[in-house]
Design a protein around this ligand. Sequence first.
Ligand code: SF4
Length: 235
Amino acid sequence: MPRTPLALPQLLERLEDFYGRQEPCWPTDPYLFLVWWYCGYPASDARCSRGWESLEREIGTKPREVLAATPRDLAKALKPGGMVAELRALRLKELAARVKDQFGEDLRGALVGSIAQARKILKTFPSIADPGADRILLFAGLAPLPAVASNCPHVLVRIRRGLERENYGVTYKEAQQSIAEEVPEKFDARIRAYLLLKRHGQELCKSKNPKCEQCPVRSYCAFFAGSLRGRAPVP
Ligand code: SF4
């Protein structure tokens, strides 16, 4: 176990001292987030942002602007975001059509209400599962859920418990549980936790070969203290 246990709010302070204050680089409106998400493939902050900037410049992001563009022009605008631009162009067309026809151009308004119903609606969009739905609801200010970045649920699990499980779903739930228990159920607190843990997972606590020697919270990390939870070391 770690030499010195530290409450999660204090751990987050250490991460914030190290990385600085974090801000989302994506739009927080649910419809615009989905547009941004389909602007890059494989999805990453850098690729989605490159595709988004190009789309904004060449076509626009409003449903009517996306619907008015030809599939060819749309795909051309999405090219800076990476692979399968033609498929992503079709996805954008479908998204814009659904938001216009089913939700009167107000997807956010359709998500106000029960969390279960909002998750159900969001998961009808391609590539959106529970982590994506929770992220959208948190950042849109619709529900202060204990969302965890889908590509780094292992970060908090390593700090708190030791080596993460092989099963992604189990690791994701363990990370969510820690946030639910230790981070106040408030939008700003949970958004801050999401962003700092995501940044740490991208910079040092990578899924493979974490750079523990450079880590600002290694003294408080169960993984660094040797907790492998009954399993062999990470190869
Ligand atoms: S010590 Fe290593 S495993 Fe623990 S949080 Fe830091 S980088 Fe991740």
